[in-house]
Design a protein around this ligand. Structure first.
Ligand code: C5P
Length: 224
């Protein structure tokens, strides 16, 4: 019997640094990378383009099933159009957290997320990677940072990308998103019982990456 494909899940709230850390861990290990938040963002963008209300659970889920999505290097293609930057706006992030409350959409995206799990391994980042999508992952990390630190990081990211940014609006938006992500009925943002908590307020990116890699060491030795 083939050994299971190793998965590292990295969950946490918006702007906790999950994406950056997960991508660096994946690169170090030569693993595939799943940015599950991008899927919800793509659905928010596609539904907006098709005039489907983000509140319409069935229509949003049906739309998601028809999408042709390709992740290619750093690019995201939707129906062969490059939407890499279009899905990264604050408005689409907000829309993503609104469509993400719908159970039919979450079901529709489950199979797509499982398809990312290929040899030699996967690092998956999101909100429910360790609890719902990959519950048997050998290593689960839950990343957090204070709301203020997360808002400052998001502010800096937008400024670096030369996008308009207002710290107070960003803070307010993060609080609303946290509230929606943590309190929705379907796959809310919670730490898996067997996850390791990593508080990143006072950590650099390389320290956080080193922490995850160190926690993964025993599994490498185990499978060797
Ligand atoms: O991680 P990111 O900010 O790109 O995610 C956008 C939104 O998608 C989140 O605010 C959350 O509501 C939703 N999401 C989710 N489950 C995931 C990943 C993201 O509900 N696994």
């Amino acid at each position: 019997m083939k050994p299971p494909i190793p998965v590292i899940t990295i969950d946490g709230p918006s702007a906790s640094g999950k994406g950056t850390i997960a991508q660096l861990v994946a690169a170090q290990l030569g693993f595939h990378y799943l940015d599950s938040g991008a899927l919800y963002r793509i659905v928010a963008l596609a539904t907006q383009q098709q005039n489907i209300a983000w509140s319409d659970a069935q229509a949003v889920a049906e739309c998601a099933k028809r999408l042709h999505i390709i992740f290619e290097n750093e690019q995201v293609l939707l129906n062969n159009k490059d939407i890499t930057n279009d899905i990264r706006t604050e408005a689409i992030g907000k829309g993503a957290s609104q469509v993400a409350v719908h159970a039919p959409l979450r079901d529709a995206l489950t199979h797509m997320q499982h398809a990312f799990c290929k040899a030699p391994g996967l690092v998956a980042d999101g909100r429910d990677m360790g609890t719902i999508i990959f519950p048997n992952a050998p290593l689960k990390v839950f990343l957090t940072a204070s709301t203020e630190v997360r808002a400052s990081r998001r502010y800096q990211q937008l400024i670096n990308k030369k996008q308009a940014a207002n710290y107070d609006d960003i803070l307010q938006d993060l609080l609303e998103r946290d509230e929606r992500d943590q309190n929705r009925a379907s796959s809310p943002l919670v730490m898996a019982d067997d996850a390791i908590l990593l508080e990143t307020d006072n950590l650099t990116i390389s320290q956080a990456v080193a922490f995850v890699l160190q926690k993964y060491q025993p599994f490498i030795q185990f499978s060797a």
